[in-house]
Write a protein that binds this ligand. Structure first.
Ligand SMILES: *Cc1c(COP(=O)(O)O)cnc(C)c1O
Length: 372
């Protein structure tokens, strides 16, 4: 789904710049890291907030042939953008949805024996469509249990009816340094995939790709790293893709001793110049990233300088201390996150992760796509 409403830039209090060239470059980086495996792309949740249609077109142009989405509307958007691509629905087969999926040549990732049975019935009737089988190797969320997978593998007729095009599982802790969970999941997945000879396999998300070739199998499923998040010293250099900015509506002088914003949570310790910025939690910048006398909040970047937020983040507004940035004024764009303030940093101040900041971007941004 693309956001239908994108206000004109001159009329927008907030804007989002999506660098599709950076997205394609990050995908090429992950493809190299995937070694001999094919690199797919996960474009669920409106392509992690950046826009399914533009993201899929850019990735397909870069050579990506396989896309993963969560829901049907996302799958439709991916199909529109890439008519020939393979599109998998990670949320699987909802009751009665096989005909709609097949009409658009979308592939469900079958996550339970009920889904397997319903898909097999559809295939018996129509002989149409392909599907993946998801095996749960330790996340206890989606997928057949190992015992269910063993029973299914023994039923050659049922396997033939399903016509599986992919066998997949998902890592629970690939991004947690020192975790032994991934190795356990890998061992189990290896054992189970031997029961499905000839079916390509896929295990690794972004962090899983970084665990090395053992995890790559035939197809990898990078998501977050395509969008430039969870960068760390061990990871390849990734380019920021989304830059979120708010516009300065006005700059005012606030005397020492006065408080700023709802609840008066932060009192100025010096005479200050405070910029009021036209973006807030309704735009996905979490309220808890605000600042108080007890705890500093997030930082924003303006005209090459850095300004700390002051006071609470409200629905449509946030306030930043620009006392030390004398050139800053009305109409200036302020980076909330992007090349200067990494999305992971902004998210960490809010006690969350880059995934949530990106997918929580609101609908009010003027969206512009560059680098295609
Ligand atoms: C979201 C998701 C991915 C991508 O994960 P990242 O951590 O964003 O790379 C891969 N596989 C499955 C099943 C997912 O749900």
């Amino acid at each position: 789904m693309d956001f239908a409403i994108s206000p004109a830039e001159t009329l927008a209090s907030a804007r989002l710049t999506i660098d599709l060239g950076a997205l394609a470059a990050n995908w090429r980086t992950m493809r190299e890291r995937s070694g001999r495996a094919e690199a797919g792309a996960v474009v669920k949740a409106n392509a992690y907030g950046v826009g399914t249609g533009p993201a899929v077109r850019a990735l397909a142009a870069a050579g990506c042939r396989t896309f993963f989405v969560a829901s049907f509307d996302e799958a439709q958007a991916a199909r529109d953008a890439a008519p020939k691509a393979v599109v998998y629905l990670l949320n699987g087969l909802l009751p009665g949805s096989a005909a709609d999926l097949s009409a658009l040549d979308l592939r469900p990732v079958l996550g339970s024996l009920d889904e397997v049975a319903e898909w097999a019935a559809w295939r018996r009737r129509t002989n149409r469509g392909a599907a993946a089988i998801h095996i749960d190797t330790g996340m206890n969320r989606l997928g057949l249990t190992p015992d269910e997978a063993r029973a299914l593998a023994a039923d050659r007729d049922l396997i033939a009816e399903i016509g599986p095009s992919l066998l997949m599982s998902h890592l629970a802790s690939a991004d947690i340094a020192g975790s032994t969970t991934s190795a356990r999941q890998l061992a189990l997945f290896r054992e189970l995939r031997r029961l499905f000879p000839g079916v390509p396999a896929s295990l690794a998300n972004s962090a899983g790709i970084m665990l090395g070739p053992d995890y790559h199998f035939e197809l990898t499923r990078p998501g977050i790293m395509l969008y430039g998040a969870i960068a760390s010293p061990e990871l390849p250099p990734l380019l920021p893709v989304a830059t979120a900015e708010g516009r300065i509506l006005l700059v005012r002088d606030v005397p020492a001793g006065e408080a700023v914003g709802y609840g008066g949570e932060q009192t100025m310790v010096r005479a200050s110049r405070i910029a009021t910025i036209g973006a807030g939690y309704a735009d996905g910048y979490h309220r808890v990233a605000g600042s108080s006398d007890r705890r500093p909040g997030g930082r924003v970047a303006i005209r090459g300088g850095i300004a700390p937020l002051v006071g609470r983040v409200s629905m449509d507004l946030m306030t930043a201390d620009v006392t030390d940035l004398p050139d800053v004024g009305r109409g200036d764009w302020v980076e909330l996150f992007g090349p200067t303030i990494p999305v992971d940093e902004a998210a960490a101040v809010a006690g969350t992760i880059g995934y949530e900041f990106l997918t929580g971007l609101g609908r009010r941004y003027h969206r512009r796509y560059v680098g295609a």
